[in-house]
Design a binder for this molecule. Structure first.
Ligand code: 0X9
Ligand code: ZN
Length: 312
């Protein structure tokens, strides 16, 4: 089973997902919708006690690892896989919801942070811009078709917030888009896992305005953060809940949580998971805290999923 005492390479994560699909064939289905720019499988698990056929059931969609260096993100999604298969302590979450659990959206970038550059953020594509090869990579979280490349983005392929040469230039974001579109009317809750900052963020991130569903977004966000806090450690930062642009104090267009909300998903969030230091060291959360962050994040998810179900 999955070791949570350290950050794991993609091969270990994929082996765990394949093992779960093999051991729980009636519940878990491994899906490989495409290969990454560099040819790695892009992979997620569908978990359902009714084979995704009950259209009245809400879908919960969690993704991680779109930003390669944010290593604490994938384990929190993998933990959810564990809690819905190997270690079910909330059977209602398994039985009353269908799940899409996508731990590593950006496998090329993720592997690059192990083999080359620890603080790499973007994809590794080179075919979408002029200086191809010189400065690879697009910021996946600026690549969605939501006021694409209008604010908090860059046209320079060398920038860490390069938006790409068009919306959805990246196969990795197209795969997430296709999941969101396919299950648009059934996804009750979408959360994209990032680090760091201990924040629960919701739309709209390009201008700081609240959406029509702002009251529910805030109420469910606060409920999740309070549950996380109750299960956290005294020396972990307190979670802050609010609009993405206001809490972060910067505007950014083309983000996943905004796109998902735009197409009609009522509850969409970016979680900024904890980091215990500033600067890039915030991405280097000591592996001794992986389990702690996974446990407290799952506590928040339990609350969020049940609330999403009530609102659905
Ligand atoms: O800037 C981002 O993409 C996210 N922060 S991170 O440090 N993980 O890169 C925050 C995204 C917030 N959402 C919106 N701006 N809509
Ligand atoms: Zn991020």
């Amino acid at each position: 089973s999955m070791p949570f005492n350290n950050y794991q390479r993609l091969s270990v994560i994929y082996a765990y997902m394949a093992d779960i699909a093999a051991r729980f064939p009636r519940i878990a289905t491994l899906v490989t919708p495409a290969n990454s720019f560099q040819g790695r499988p892009i992979r997620y698990l569908r978990i359902s006690t009714t084979n995704f056929t009950d259209r009245r059931k809400p879908v919960i969609f969690l993704d991680g690892g779109i930003h390669a260096r944010e290593w604490i993100s994938p384990p929190t999604v993998i933990w959810a896989i564990r809690k819905l298969t190997e270690d079910v302590t909330e059977p209602d979450l398994l039985n009353n919801y269908d799940w899409i659990l996508f731990p590593v959206v950006n496998p090329d970038g993720y592997e690059f942070t192990f083999t080359n550059t620890r603080f790499w953020r973007k994809t590794r594509s080179t075919n979408t811009h002029a200086s191809s090869g010189l400065c690879p990579g697009v910021d996946g979280n600026r690549n969605y078709d939501f006021f694409w490349n209008t604010v908090g983005t860059s046209n320079s392929p060398c920038s860490d917030i390069y938006a790409g040469n068009r919306a959805f230039s990246e196969i990795e974001t197209r795969v997430v888009r296709d999941i969101l579109q396919t299950h648009r009317t059934r996804i009750a809750l979408y959360i994209t896992m990032h680090s760091f900052g201990s924040m629960v963020l919701y739309p709209w991130g390009h201008n700081g305005a609240l959406s029509q569903n702002g009251l529910n977004l805030h109420a469910v966000g606060v409920a999740m953060a309070e549950a996380i806090q109750r299960n956290s450690l005294s020396y972990f930062p307190r979670y802050v809940v609010g609009n993405s642009a206001l809490v972060l104090n910067y505007r950014a267009s083309g983000a996943a949580e905004d796109y998902a909300h735009l197409i009609g998903i009522p509850l969409t969030y970016t979680f900024e998971l904890p980091g215990l230091s500033g600067g890039t060291q915030g991405f280097n959360l000591n592996p001794r805290y992986i389990q702690q962050v996974c446990r407290e994040t799952w506590a928040g998810l339990i609350v969020g999923v049940r609330r999403a179900g009530q609102l659905f």
